[in-house]
Design a binder for this molecule. Structure first.
Ligand code: BES
Ligand code: MN
Ligand code: MN
Length: 458
């Protein structure tokens, strides 16, 4: 059966790619209110496609935020059920002037497809859809296992819709395992399953001084400056060796097992290559006692994303601004919890607040860290499928990124997730010139076809 489906996917590969370009042309940027209609359009586009390929009960589910897309096909009696997850929203495309071709005009160059969302995550969402189409169309409208599909449009903003749906309607999502296509290969040509993700808390810190902006000559020397205070607070959060200074922050950090650490040491990782080619930074930073993979996969971190307020125009303006804000996030690892981390952070910020200002800390969104179980038959099915398509044994990695719903799948649906992703380390997620290696799009489709076949014959 999967041989027919793979043949179908190969015969239709050019069309699949053209369709993906259509989806990529819809600027479904979930964080920007002016794109709300585009996010809706992308949901409808995906729903139409699911209907067209023969999925049942296709529904665009509306709530407070951006919609969910649900579909199912549940006629493989006695077979397991997979819950297919991906997201159709994308990050904002800025800085626009750094794109070689416009972010929402998908363009092929050197075997890659360039567009915002190409790999994160529309290309990978479409891998799931085209694997389902290939199986349905090459086998008289039947699938080798039961399938539910749940796609979201607020992953990139940590939106609540999907978590709420999972909490409130576990019966509509009853499944044996989830397939999550939203991660990366560890290296080109190396089949990879991701088994751990960091969690996060994303916050906004607001510092206020005087009741309004002040002349910096008339009042400077006596007036509190919120920017200086903000800089002092930020400098107090983390030392120069990358250690977070929030009391108790590391208390619940779980050390990876000796086996896991050993496996990470045998991965093909060249630190200098990573620094120079992938990152392009003068030096790597962080906790010296931990390897780079440990630092990014198994240690918490704290980063500042932006500082706003005051005068940033051309020229000069002598002002002491009344307020300054910063977006600050922390990545969490097992067994930290967003609640404890946020409380510790809030209390510490208040404690190190300089004289003359007030501070406010707001939680924008949060997600739990997760390490998924590998002791289930679906991980075995996945590695067999990947071996068939890629001709190599699978490596198991963690990732420093976050996909908040994976924790909820485990907690509320009690199912493991198979995180099978096909991005490359240099695909430029969230950055200008995001791309998807086109060969990986097609091999991804074949991998999911084979995986469903394997999982269905358990
Ligand atoms: N697909 C990424 C997460 C990811 C990237 C996992 C690379 C594994 C490898 C996802 O779309 C993402 O960017 N998530 C956000 C989370 C969020 C709550 C805003 C992230 O990690 O910043
Ligand atoms: Mn993603
Ligand atoms: Mn993302």
């Amino acid at each position: 059966m999967s041989a027919d489906a793979v043949a179908y996917a190969r015969e239709n590969s050019a069309r699949f790619l053209e369709e993906l370009k259509d989806l990529l042309r819809i600027p479904s940027v979930s964080t920007l209110p002016e794109h709300k209609r585009d996010v809706e359009a992308a949901a409808q586009w995906v729903a139409d496609e699911l209907r067209r390929i023969g999925m049942k009960h296709v529904e665009v589910i509306h709530g407070d935020g951006h919609p969910l897309v649900y579909a199912d096909w549940l006629h493989a009696e006695g077979k397991p059920t997979v819950l297919c997850y991906a997201h159709y929203d994308v990050q904002p495309p800025d800085p626009l002037d750094e794109w070689v071709s416009p972010p929402f005009e998908p363009t092929e160059r050197n075997g890659n497809l360039y567009a915002r969302g190409a790999v994160d995550d529309k290309g990978q969402l479409y891998i799931e859809v085209k694997a389902l189409e290939s199986l349905l169309k090459s086998h008289g409208g039947k699938l080798p296992l039961n399938v539910r599909v749940l796609f979201e449009g607020e992953e990139e903003v940590g939106g609540e819709q999907i978590a709420k749906f999972v909490r409130e309607h576990p019966e509509r999502l009853e499944a044996d395992f989830a397939l999550v296509c939203d991660t990366e290969l560890f290296a080109p040509e190396l089949p990879t399953l991701c088994v751990g993700l960091r969690g996060m808390i994303y916050t906004e810190l607001e510092v206020r001084g005087a009741k309004s902006d002040l002349h910096s000559g008339v009042y400077g020397g006596a007036a509190p400056n919120p920017f200086v205070a903000l800089a002092q607070i930020i400098a107090g959060l983390k030392d120069r060796d990358g250690k977070i200074l929030i009391p108790g922050f590391y208390d619940d950090v779980q050390v990876p097992s000796a086996d896991e650490l050993k496996a990470w040491r045998s991965l093909p990782f060249d630190e200098e290559e990573y620094r120079k080619s992938e990152m392009g930074a003068p030096e790597l930073v962080g906790e010296k006692d931990y390897s780079v993979l440990e630092r990014t996969w198994a240690r918490p971190t704290l980063d500042v994303h932006g500082i706003a307020g005051g005068f940033t125009g051309a020229g000069a303006k002598t002002v002491i601004p009344a307020k300054a804000t910063a977006k600050i996030s922390m990545r969490l690892v097992p067994h930290m919890t967003p609640e404890t981390a946020f409380r510790q952070y809030r209390e510490y910020v208040e404690k190190i607040r300089p004289a003359g200002v007030t501070v406010g800390v707001r939680l924008i969104h949060s997600g739990e860290p997760i390490v998924v179980g590998t002791d289930n038959p679906y991980i075995g099915a996945a590695t067999r499928a990947l071996k068939t398509v890629w001709g190599k044994d699978t490596v198991f990695i963690r990732s420093g990124g976050s996909i908040p719903i994976v924790g909820d799948f485990e907690k509320h649906l009690k199912i493991p997730s198979v995180m099978m992703g096909f991005g490359l380390p240099d695909d430029g997620l969230h950055a200008p010139n995001e791309k998807f290696h086109i060969a990986n799009f097609h091999r991804g489709i074949e991998s999911v076809i084979r995986f469903f076949e394997e999982a269905g014959s358990q």
